[in-house]
Design a protein around this ligand. Structure first.
Ligand code: MSP
Length: 599
């Protein structure tokens, strides 16, 4: 064991006095032993590391537990992150979009055992299920980190040693009530009857063991200052109050090792303990940045893009990200991420949808039945980002049919049909000429600006709404101008009708780009219908939402619906009757799938 020193003289006195002594706390360090590092001079290495990474934009999803396959709740964060990543790329930022899996700890080991598997085999399987789902959901991640990756382990150990060198790790006995599903010791006062965890509704275990502790209390003041200085650090703003009150309420040191858990990264110099799964997993945001070809160390990883611009998380893991994580980074002399955004829960019957409760919704099943764009659009449009949202199949079908099939898809399809019939599928003039002096164009541009502002503020639902509004004004224009009857009149009326079609198709083009962060496949299908190549689509930027892209002479593709209305079932739902037969039996199948997923 490195430099084990049973002496108090090495300590900063405030370090000792800030530690909780209050007997009301059910979990608390009971006896203390202190350690210092063999190489205390290393402490300054990272203090200058607040990387200026130009225009790069690093954003992360949580690293998902691999106790069970992904469900719609886990897919939700990733879809939102993907929309933000795609939007930032359209703005021209160098985006590094990080996701991955959290594979260590008691909960994962127990899940593997329940499947009759060894932990790593189990992790390989579930981690792959995440990757497959991300592919099916068009998730454009740049880095996928697994906490069982060797580069991650190296970085966690180095980080641990740095915090140890800072004098922020000590050993003490620990006693408390532990929720394995949260992988967290709980305060008695936050528990329900019979010491049940309020999230997982399962009783917590009483635990007592000797652990290593992180001196979180030492960072109370620095955290308060950091939050005051940068109130945007926690978003939405109402979550900041919660974080501030936790900090104000007094920070207690937390245990960062487990003596009873084998499935984890061993504590450097003490193989009898493994590193607590959260102290391990949070580092995934940094280890993910490390290039495969490079020596896996903190300096290399950090210089590849740290600090992150945005951690997207669910509200249940806010404390870890907005309190523990910044304090850990301060201890190691690393910069803090710019923002932690805590979104709400997808609920089913008012309960958080989750693997541990087994009330999940299967994303594969939804994608299979309704397509990727529908799934992405529904959850981003329907759930205000930051708040909870309940899933209803009826609402799902109504929304995607009304917005994607009718407002957008049908507008494009009927315009292309008219263009084919009357103009040989060829645009008669540039869209700029067609809209000259027409205030319709100004309305579209205003709505585009609105969408951009909402994307920038992470108000994804409002961004979708603004884009949909472009579709609505397009439909209104089309119905008001009625080009089909103008064509019948011939002469100048017919020329005006041909211009109207250019205006509507330009509107559809703008919708495609403005909705690309949310519905990338649909956007491509729209572009293809407008006669663009895949390369042209891939090169699009937010600048292409400006009016004037379509040019006279451009030939459109054969009209083909870009978004198929969800048939039969929808009609039943629209009529307000019970859902159709197919739906019901599929629903039954889905329930069975959920039971497996939630096992
Ligand atoms: N492994 C930790 C995160 C470590 S990050 C360094 C973890 N994993 S998790 O799989 O349990 O949850 C991952 C994310 O999914 C969390 O942000 C959580 O809030 C989110 N969701 C899980 N169920 C959810 C819903 N029902 N609704 C929305 N998000 C949900 O926590």
């Amino acid at each position: 064991m490195a430099a084990r020193m049973n002496t108090l003289s090495l300590l900063n006195p405030s370090h000792v006095s800030l530690r909780p002594r209050d007997s009301r706390f059910s979990h608390r360090p009971l006896t203390l032993r202190f350690y210092t590092s063999p190489n205390p001079n290393r402490g300054a290495l990272f203090c200058t590391c607040s990387t200026t990474n130009g225009e790069s934009f690093v954003l992360t999803t949580p690293l998902y537990y691999v106790n069970a396959p992904p469900h719609m709740g886990s897919a939700y964060t990733t879809i939102a992150a993907d929309a933000i990543a795609r939007f930032q790329r359209l703005l021209g930022k160098k985006v590094i979009f990080i996701t991955g899996t959290d594979e260590h700890g008691e909960k994962i080991a127990a899940a593997a055992m329940a499947q009759g598997s060894i932990p790593l085999d189990h992790c390989n399987l579930i981690s792959q299920a995440y990757k497959t789902l991300w592919k099916d959901l068009d998730i454009s991640y740049d880095k996928f980190i697994r906490t069982t990756d060797s580069k991650h382990e190296a970085i966690v150990k180095e980080f641990y040693s740095r915090v140890l060198a800072k004098g922020d790790i000590y050993q003490a006995d620990y006693e408390g009530l532990y929720c394995v599903n949260c992988e967290e010791y709980k305060d008695e006062k936050e528990l329900l009857e019979n010491n049940c965890c309020p999230v997982h509704l399962k009783p917590c275990d009483s635990r007592k063991e000797e652990n290593y502790f992180f001196a979180l209390s030492k960072y109370q003041k620095s955290l308060e200052e950091a939050l005051n200085k940068n109130p945007n650090f926690v978003q939405p703003s109402f979550r900041l109050n919660e974080v501030q009150s936790w900090v104000k309420g007094g920070l207690r040191d937390f245990s960062i090792s487990r003596a009873s858990v084998d499935w984890g990264i061993p504590i450097p110099n003490d193989r009898s303990q493994t590193i607590y799964v959260w102290f391990d997993a949070l580092l995934g945001y940094i280890s993910a940045l490390s290039d495969e070809q490079e020596q896996p160390d903190l300096l290399n990883a950090v210089s590849s893009g740290w600090p992150a611009a945005l951690h997207l998380i669910g509200k249940d893991i806010l404390r870890f990200h907005a309190v523990y994580w910044p304090a850990m980074l301060m201890s190691a002399g690393l910069s803090l991420p710019k923002m932690v955004f805590g979104h709400g829960f997808l609920t089913k019957d008012g309960m958080k949808m989750g693997k541990s409760l087994g009330n999940t919704l299967e994303p594969n099943e939804l994608v299979h039945r309704f397509g990727t764009d529908a799934v992405r659009y529904f959850f981003l449009r329907e759930v205000e980002f930051g708040s909870d949202g309940d899933y209803s199949e009826e609402r799902f079908i109504n929304i995607v049919n009304a917005h994607l099939a009718n407002t957008i898809g049908n507008l494009l399809n009927r315009t292309l049909g008219l263009l084919k019939k009357n103009c040989q599928s060829t645009l008669v003039v540039d869209s700029t000429t067609a809209a000259d002096g027409n205030e319709f164009k100004d309305n579209v541009e205003k709505l585009v600006d609105k969408a951009r502002m909402h994307y920038e503020n992470l108000s994804l639902s409002s961004a979708c709404e603004a884009v949909l509004e472009i579709g609505n004004v397009g439909n209104f224009y089309m119905d008001e101008r009625a080009p089909w009857s103008l064509f019948k009149q011939g002469g100048t009326a017919s020329e005006a009708a041909a211009k109207d079609l250019v205006i509507i198709l330009e509107t559809a083009r703008i919708i495609a780009i403005a909705l690309l962060p949310v519905t990338p496949s649909l956007s491509w299908r729209i572009y293809e219908q407008l006669g663009y190549s895949r390369d042209q689509f891939d090169a699009a930027t937010w600048g292409d939402t400006k009016w004037g892209g379509l040019k006279g002479g451009q030939v459109m593709a054969q009209p083909k619906p870009v978004f198929a209305r969800i048939e039969n079932q929808t009609e039943d739902v629209d009529k307000g009757v019970a859902v159709g037969k197919t739906m019901k039996s599929k629903g039954k199948k889905m329930k069975q799938a959920q039971q497996v997923a939630g096992a």
